[in-house]
Write a protein that binds this ligand. Structure first.
Ligand SMILES: [Fe+2]
Ligand SMILES: [Fe+2]
Length: 282
């Protein structure tokens, strides 16, 4: 499989064609799931350090955990409810189909993008490998430099993180060079970076935008709030509209009405057979 084909035309900035949000998403100040959400972020912001991320990259980078097809991993996600998500309290596989179908309606000619919708959260299988939720789910942020203001609960959750007292890591740039590019930044470990590595390792035949969207879709402080631009290069800015496009469907297709997965499976199996067939290394 050859990867890294380039889709040159970025998506236009426009609202999603699926139903407009009636509901306010990502509310971190109130709601029935708030305590669970806060607790997940408190643990994440205490334990995600430069050393921790390097250790996890070394552990999972070789993709030597298990051999499974995409559909097998998707089925495993039925056992998972994301504890960082204030909007959703149903199994994650439904979210995969909802996201993919939203993209399919808005971009009927881009079948590879439909597949990105289905794949984008498969890295959450890390929870089923025994990783705690704080090392898998939730928004990501760069480790190794000062935390910027839009990080969720950032004011109250980093005081026990050893890196916050380390002078190498607590300045604006920390261990990075200005505009070094996000590919050279160590992000907090989670399902984005893991799935990106699985896609690379197994040679998914998708355009480079697909790899990029998966890798940074949880980096809300950047793609939704415009923080950390001092670490970005031109390539990151070129990719930003794609990340935002995925985000529209990642966020606004979350509904309690669940898709008929049985009926959708054969279409998505066809895309899997085209772009990432068979048993893969996880
Ligand atoms: Fe995600
Ligand atoms: Fe998602």
């Amino acid at each position: 499989m050859s990867s890294q084909r380039v889709e040159s035309k970025p998506p236009e900035e426009r609202p999603p064609s699926t139903a407009e949000p009636q509901h306010q998403y990502r509310n971190y100040t109130e709601g029935k799931l708030l305590e669970r959400v806060y607790n997940t972020y408190r643990l994440m912001h205490t334990h995600q350090t430069v050393d921790f991320v390097r250790k996890k990259c070394a552990q999972y980078g070789p993709c030597s955990q298990r051999r499974m097809s995409v559909m097998e991993v998707l089925a495993l996600l039925d056992e998972l409810v994301d504890e960082s998500d204030p909007d959703v309290d149903f199994p994650n596989s439904f979210h995969a189909y909802q996201t993919a179908e939203g993209i399919r309606k808005a971009h009927p000619d881009k079948d590879w993008f439909h597949l990105v919708g289905l794949l984008h959260d498969l890295g959450k299988v890390l929870v089923l490998f025994g990783e705690p939720q704080w090392a898998v789910v939730g928004d990501t942020f760069p480790v190794g430099c000062k935390v910027q203001k839009s990080v969720v609960f950032g004011d109250s959750t980093f005081h026990d993180n050893p890196d916050s007292k380390d002078p190498r890591y607590s300045t604006e740039y920390g261990m990075y060079q200005p505009h070094c590019g996000l590919e050279n930044v160590l992000m907090s470990w989670g399902h984005d970076e893991y799935m990106y590595r699985v896609m690379k390792f197994n040679g998914f035949a998708l355009p480079k935008e697909a790899f990029y969207m998966v890798r940074f879709h949880s980096f809300y402080p950047w793609h939704a709030h415009g923080d950390y631009l001092h670490l970005c290069n031109e390539e990151d800015l070129r990719m930003l509209p794609w990340v935002r496009e995925l985000n529209k469907f990642d966020l606004y297709t979350k509904q309690e009405e669940l898709p008929d997965v049985q009926q959708l499976r054969s279409y998505y199996q066809g895309l899997i057979d085209k772009y990432c067939p068979g048993e893969l290394c996880w």
